[in-house]
Write a protein that binds this ligand. Structure first.
Ligand code: SAM
Length: 377
């Protein structure tokens, strides 16, 4: 089976590493066929599809190739989509969402392609419908390139960065998969104390706790594949049980602080929903007046700051923030870790001589990640 896994821009190599690690622990085999900056295409099986959905900290969505064919007319497309919809996958009560992308092909109107495909699928499924069926959201992605149509089915449903706990956030939350990527890029050793002094709703410390505990990020949510006719509940239950048995416990030292008491309440609730509240301490604190010494600890491993400070687009202006960033850059004389931000002058404060740099996207917003490797630990 062909599997397409999407991820935030620039994270596909980290995703490939994650998949290798995940499959090394189980008897699942896979091979990577295509690598691009926002996706990977793999050969794998249903078990891999279930595992990726349950375990990936980096992916956005996992798609399965339903069918491929050469298409040059709308009639061909209609007939093809009718027979596809009558296969073993789609439930009769599908509530369809169709995305289309076309390139270098005779059929170039994405809007017409979408409406023909939509009509064909609904026509095919209507013969199977009964009044008792509850609507099931089904998300299909059609890609037509050089007249080759690939029909991809979204097996995840909502993006996997949504870990399944309804999350209360502040005004500028970080996506969970980007927070997980920061933690992995920074080389954080789980036993080293970690602090986020601008923690907001707690995304970074919660992702850190999930990672340290080896808690599968998808344990608390459902996936679109559970609504397919082919759903194997025994396989899913087995993988869930395995995930529950592989949780580690250790008194990790994770701390989130923020100036805003309201977001700290969200951080607490979010950590509780994620079952990691016992690992995270919270404190209301203004970083401008916090003692940098207090932030450090006399631990044998270099403590980390990993943080996403305010950056002037959504929550404050650039000039107001300069002293805060200057102080943060000073903090990295005694700390390892890094900063993710869209603050415009950040490059001057985190020079290439001491920091590695990557640009990534938090949704549509370009953000820079500067991180320092620890000297020891
Ligand atoms: C970009 S948001 C962090 C969002 C967080 N990563 C999340 O996913 O929810 C920046 C946070 O910095 C906090 N903040 C602003 N000024 C601060 C200061 N002087 N000291 C500590 N926190 C501050 C804000 O309250 C806000 O929660």
């Amino acid at each position: 089976m062909h599997i397409l896994i999407t991820c935030p821009f620039g994270l596909s190599s980290l995703l490939a590493k994650e998949i290798k690690k995940l499959t090394a622990k189980s008897d699942t085999s896979f091979s990577i066929e295509t690598t691009a900056s926002t996706f990977l295409i793999l050969q794998g099986d249903w078990q891999l599809v279930y595992q990726l959905n349950l375990w990936s900290r980096i992916a956005n969505k996992v798609y399965l190739l339903l069918w491929k064919a050469e298409i040059t007319t709308f009639n061909q497309l209609f007939d093809f989509m009718v027979s596809l919809a009558r296969n073993d996958y789609l439930p009769p009560s599908a509530l369809l969402s169709l995305q289309v992308m076309t390139k270098h092909s005779q059929l170039f109107s994405e809007r017409t392609l979408q409406s023909v495909a939509h009509k064909a699928i609904l026509t095919a499924l209507s013969t199977e419908k009964t009044a008792l069926n509850t609507p099931v959201p089904i998300d299909i992605f059609l890609s037509l390139e050089d007249n080759q149509l690939n029909v991809w089915l979204n097996t995840s449903g909502a993006s996997l960065h949504q870990r399944g706990r309804r999350k209360q956030t502040g005004p500028a939350p970080l996506k969970e998969n980007l927070a997980a990527a920061m933690l992995l890029f920074s080389g954080w050793k789980f036993k080293a104390p970690l602090r986020d002094p601008f923690c907001g709703s707690g995304t970074i410390v919660i992702e850190a706790a999930l990672l340290a505990k080896n808690l599968a990020p998808g344990l608390q949510r459902t996936f679109a594949f559970q609504s397919l006719k082919t759903f194997d509940s025994n396989l899913r239950n087995h993988l869930v049980q395995q995930a529950q048995q592989s949780v580690f416990s250790h008194p990790y030292q994770l701390m989130g602080s923020d100036i805003n008491a309201d977001v700290l309440v969200y951080a607490k609730q979010n950590a509780e929903r994620a079952n990691v509240a016992e690992l995270i301490t919270r404190e209301q604190s203004d970083f401008s007046s916090a003692s940098l010494k207090n932030l450090a600890s006399d631990h044998s491993l270099t403590p980390r700051i990993l943080t996403n400070p305010p950056y002037g687009k959504r929550i404050a202006t650039g000039e107001e923030l300069l002293p805060l960033y200057q102080k943060l850059s000073t903090a990295f004389q005694s700390y390892a870790g890094g900063v993710i931000s869209a603050y415009p002058s950040i490059d001057t404060l985190f020079p290439a001589s001491a920091f590695s740099h990557k640009s990534r996207y938090n949704g549509a917003e370009k953000v820079d990640f500067y991180y320092k490797k620890p000297l020891h630990s």
